[in-house]
Design a protein around this ligand. Structure first.
Ligand code: ME8
Length: 508
């Protein structure tokens, strides 16, 4: 089995977590849990991005020392990870000594290879994005210049170290060509390629006008540009600069999960930094889209920021996890609408999956003395249901390999709809008196279907699927994908079922 390395972005600690943070990490969590279910060894990393002008300013605004401030806000991201059930194996903070060491080692390696030189920067900078912009990228409104993201920019003029990014333009284009899966989805790939084709300038990678960052080795007037510092987290956690460290076997990362706004950093600067330092680039950068709230852009000034913890309190963790990955194709922008949330929870989780489980398990409880009926050869309808079930895990796996979370879930829902069609036609409740042998066979097939659905849905809804597998009598050691090929023994006792999902009010 392979080693798999998945990462989330590390989040700025200028403010508390919102739905966007929960979303990126949730997708990464599901991908990681799936790989573990397949039997792979997984390293799943998340954490917080704590340096830079934006965080320093947020600490000043809060009247706090930056370290105390980042300790506090980083704690709220840790809490989010716990409350959302994320299964991360590490949580990195860029203010940790291991990270400062990695950044300085990378810097020295780049310097040694003549990839860094000292110069003078003069140009536009957006603190909100922590990014430099060329004059032709800006728009002007009421005499103020803005970056394409809407962040205001300011003119910066200071001594600066530069990374020889221009050197890597041709290599990058060739790298994208040879690795067509490196940037996904395809629309993002095209965007990146055309940006690189338009010409890369050397990149300013140090600042002298503030102090909150990793000091540049042997030149303490400079702190490292926060994006060089931040991106390095992915190798810090793998043990860099110690390439003999046990965790180094996970590098290169398999997927960096990111939002569409930070593709440029991950797909251009990051592979160039790595290649320039003689390290391997990551295998894939997947950029998801952005959420709006009931059709409106989410922003603090509009007061419509969605707090993921409040959502969980209101609807329960697993329904929220399900909805976020079900509603919108991963990679597209999507709208968070309460009516859509209610539609998915009520129509799919409660009516389609929950109801099927409840009907089947209640009938087994009542009519089969709560014991699992035997498997038996069956009718054409049985064969069709079973063939669909046998193919389902591989289809889900293929979708997840391509980060198509919504299609993975649609595959399971299609299976659940087919099983509902089967129960409606077979009417096991009517067979008790007329043909109890057939009734038992039908209930056993439905049980097999439910076991497949619950097994493959574990990464999406860990707690509820654990409860469903308990009700199905599946022991803990038989919950992996490989165990699906071994049927549970006839006569396995099943506990009395209870509803797995509750319906919610559409207007809540
Ligand atoms: O960018 N919908 O951190 P960050 C979906 N520190 N995703 C959203 C969103 C929305 N409305 N708003 C924000 C950083 N996001 C850097 C990363 S990695 C080496 C450094 C997503 O806290 C956004 O797309 O500003 C991004 O992926 C993530 O939240 C983190 O944003």
């Amino acid at each position: 089995m392979a080693s798999v390395y998945y990462t989330t972005p590390i989040y700025y600690v200028n403010d508390k977590p919102h739905i966007g943070h929960a979303y990126t990490s949730l997708a990464t969590d599901v991908a990681a849990r799936w790989k573990r279910l397949e039997g792979h060894e997984v390293f799943f990393l998340t954490g917080t991005d704590e340096h830079g002008q934006k965080v320093e300013k947020a600490a000043q605004d809060a009247g706090m020392d930056p370290q105390a401030f980042t300790d506090r806000v980083s704690g709220s991201f840790r809490e989010l990870a716990e409350r959302m059930g994320f299964s991360n194996d590490d949580f990195i903070r860029t203010t940790e000594p291991r990270h400062r060491r990695a950044c300085q080692a990378l810097w020295e390696e780049l310097l040694r290879r003549d990839e860094i030189y000292l110069g003078h920067y003069e140009g536009w900078y957006a603190v909100r994005d922590e990014a430099f912009y060329g004059p032709d990228e800006l728009v002007e409104r009421d005499g103020v210049k803005y970056a394409p993201s809407g962040a205001p920019v300011a003119w910066v003029k200071e001594p600066s170290y530069f990374f020889r990014l221009s050197r890597w333009q041709d290599w990058l284009l060739q790298f994208y060509e040879e690795n067509p899966g490196f940037i996904a989805p395809a629309s993002r790939r095209n965007e990146v390629i055309s940006f690189v084709r338009s010409g890369l300038q050397d990149l300013s990678i140090s600042r002298t006008s503030f102090r909150w960052g990793v000091p540049v080795p042997n030149d303490p007037a400079h702190v490292m540009y926060v994006w060089l510092d931040a991106l390095t987290n992915y190798i810090t956690a793998a043990g860099y600069p110690d390439t003999e460290a046990p965790r180094w076997r996970f590098w290169p990362a398999d997927v960096h999960f990111v939002g569409k706004d930070i593709v440029r950093f991950h797909a251009i600067y990051w592979p160039a930094f790595l290649k320039a330092a003689g390290l391997e680039p990551p295998r894939r950068v997947f950029a998801h889209g952005w959420w709006t709230n009931e059709g409106q852009k989410i922003s603090k000034s509009l007061g419509n920021v969605i707090d993921p913890l409040a959502l969980i309190d209101e609807y329960g963790l697993d329904p929220v996890r399900y909805f976020l990955l079900r509603e919108v194709p991963f990679g597209n922008d999507g709208d968070f609408a309460r009516a859509a949330l209610a539609g998915r929870i009520n129509g799919e989780l409660a009516d389609t999956l929950g109801n099927l489980a409840n009907r089947t398990l209640s009938l087994i409880q009542r009519n089969c003395e709560g014991r699992l009926p035997a498997t038996s050869p069956g009718t054409d309808a049985d064969a069709e249901l079973l063939a669909g079930l046998a193919a389902l895990p591989a289809t889900v796996a293929a979708h997840l390999e391509a980060q198509e979370f919504h299609l993975a879930l649609e595959t399971v829902m299609a299976g659940a709809r087919a099983a509902n069609g089967y129960i409606t036609v077979q009417q096991p409740w009517a067979l008790k008196k007329t043909d109890p042998v057939r009734m038992a066979a039908v209930l056993r097939h439905l049980h097999s279907a439910l076991r497949v659905f619950a097994t493959v849905l574990q990464p999406f809804m860990p707690d509820t699927m654990a409860a469903m597998l308990d009700q199905l009598g599946v022991p803990g050691e038989a919950r992996g994908l490989a165990a699906l090929s071994a049927p549970l023994p006839e006569g396995t006792p099943l506990p009395p079922p209870s509803p797995l999902f509750r319906k919610i009010e559409a207007s809540a």
